[in-house]
Ligand binder design. Structure first.
Ligand code: 0O2
Length: 225
């Protein structure tokens, strides 16, 4: 028995080392992938900023109020993969998640949203893989925004890589509603009656925000006729 012990210890050490090496490799790959998503996000931001500048030259106003970008956190990535029945792996991140890189574009008016979406879809280096129009078809809770899944190339030292970025376009009023609704969504366990009242209240606020957008659009058109 005793004579096998040194081998067992060596074998354990070897296994430990192999596991550490495998973990190191995975870590490097995740870091690499997240860097690629970050680069794709920067490319998309530049495209949007260029459109903003060019539109301002011609129309003396900016269609974009602000741009917010974020990379999905590792814990959200894991949660989303598991929630959708996938194992957590680097390949599955690339295959099944389209919103690791996310850009939110806050526009001045509703027509600016569609103008920007059209401009993006006409650019020959990017492809719109999916489009969800929650402005024309709001979610039952009142959520409005235009969502695009865009595939964009990034040019690395020796290769071109196609990456997916989720672009959410919305007005200031839509952003205001979505931010507050997001904060309030987690305050549950208030009792069924109160929760129904809150949902109804939020839906009313969403309708008011849609009216506000329509009214602002009308006023702008009167001014810039
Ligand atoms: P985060 O942190 O904002 O990224 P998906 O889950 O994306 O695969 P789904 O549900 O069809 O598929 O996506 P959808 O409808 O395009 O919505 C995804 C994102 O839109 C959400 O991201 C939110 O950012 C936003 N969103 C959608 N519905 C609502 C809503 O009712 N209220 C608010 N405030 N935001 C909404 P995540 O994944 O929730 O997280």
């Amino acid at each position: 028995m005793g004579t096998h012990e040194p081998y067992a210890k060596e074998l354990n050490n070897l296994l430990d080392e192999m596991q550490i090496e495998a973990m190191r490799e995975q870590f490097t790959r995740v870091k690499e992938l997240m860097t690629y998503y970050h680069c794709a996000m920067l490319e998309m931001e530049t495209k949007l900023n260029v459109l903003n500048e060019q539109f301002a030259l011609q129309n003396e106003r900016n269609p974009i109020e602000s741009i917010k970008s974020r990379l999905k956190s590792m814990s959200s990535i894991q949660d989303k993969l598991r929630r959708n029945g996938h194992t957590v792996s680097i390949d599955n991140i690339e295959e099944f998640l389209s919103d690791v890189a996310g850009i939110r574009v806050i526009c001045s008016f509703v027509d600016d949203i569609y103008m920007l979406a059209d401009c993006l879809s006409e650019q020959d280096d990017i492809e719109i893989l999916a489009r969800k129009d929650y402005i024309k078809n709001p979610k039952p809770n009142g959520y409005r925004s235009l969502h695009l899944i865009v595939q964009i190339p990034i040019f690395l030292q020796n290769e071109k890589k196609l990456m997916r970025v989720e672009v959410q376009l919305r007005t200031i009023a839509m952003e205001f509603w979505a931010n507050l609704e997001h904060k309030l969504r987690y305050k549950k366990n208030l009792g069924e009656k109160t929760e129904i009242e809150i949902e109804k209240g939020l839906k009313e606020c969403a309708d008011i925000s849609a009216e506000l957008d329509a009214k602002m659009y009308e006023i702008r058109n009167k001014i810039s006729r």
